[in-house]
Design a protein around this ligand. Sequence first.
Ligand SMILES: C[S@@+](CC[C@H](N)C(=O)[O-])C[C@H]1O[C@@H](n2cnc3c(N)ncnc32)[C@H](O)[C@@H]1O
Length: 312
Amino acid sequence: MNKLVLRLRQYGRCTMATTEDQNGKQQPDRSVDYILTGKVYIEELPPDIEPIRKFLEKYSGIRAKDVDDHIHEIRDRLWEIYPYICIGHFRFLSLKFTSDPRYQIALNRLLAPQSDATFLDVGCCVGQVLRQLTFDGVDSARLYGTDLEPRFLNAGFDLFRDRDRLRATFVAGDMVTPAGGQDGDGEGDEKLKVLYGKINIIHATSFFHLFTWEEQVRAASKMVRFLDADDPDVMIFGRHVGTTTPGDREGAAKSKRFLHNAATWQELWDEVGKATGTAWRTELSEIEEPGMHPDGNTDGTLQRIGFGVFRA
Ligand SMILES: C[S@@+](CC[C@H](N)C(=O)[O-])C[C@H]1O[C@@H](n2cnc3c(N)ncnc32)[C@H](O)[C@@H]1O
């Protein structure tokens, strides 16, 4: 069995799978192709690609005629690292987050005269949010990004061609390493400690829904440690997949992930509050967008959710 098929088994996501025929020749596995083509990896750029095309021309200086090839090249590189559906569908290039009112609140605070506020994108992948903030006029030295996968962080510099001018700080680290696990000190991944106490605004999109309840508590508790304890106006915001029937769902490779409604999202943050000696108020809003979850919203219970978390 070849490597691509193995990847499919592992992640349940892949489209170019092949199998060996009787003569040992690689042939496309039509059944796999049929099931997955257009579901998790699409060839055609999506209809909402125009804003990032323009962004890559203006921010990165890429010629209009070269932009689409550049996008495809980087997308395929990311897909090889890990086949997230948001990569297969080019959703990591969507700039729709700019219309989130909480993005505007964050931007206003970052741009206020004499502001020294800082912003961290958790699970930032290629760091598109940080580039947009920079383009919107924020001093990139006050921007931070963290992700488990250093190759995503590195690919961001190639995607946006700003290695020599972006002053943002990127830290590769694991947000859900069990307490007492890797480093034995009860606080998980040592590398993330450089962010403790430094941050005023945290963004996390398509992040929480990757994890179990316990992992989400660990990730959220770590976010609390990143925040400036003396700032009453900190904000954590973003979006993810929510549901009208909260609970465990099966994710890739039979992993478990917990999807929330408004009540369980608040419960999670109450638990985080108890664990960290803090208190949190949450808000959720449904985002109306077409094309919800091609890999399974068969019972119609899944929703795209925007969220905000504030000190109570
Ligand atoms: C579905 S992608 C979303 C990326 C980006 N936020 C976006 O909206 O385009 C999830 C991201 O979370 C990162 N991630 C997954 N597990 C993580 C962990 N344990 N700690 C930190 N980052 C993690 C992945 O590497 C990936 O970049």
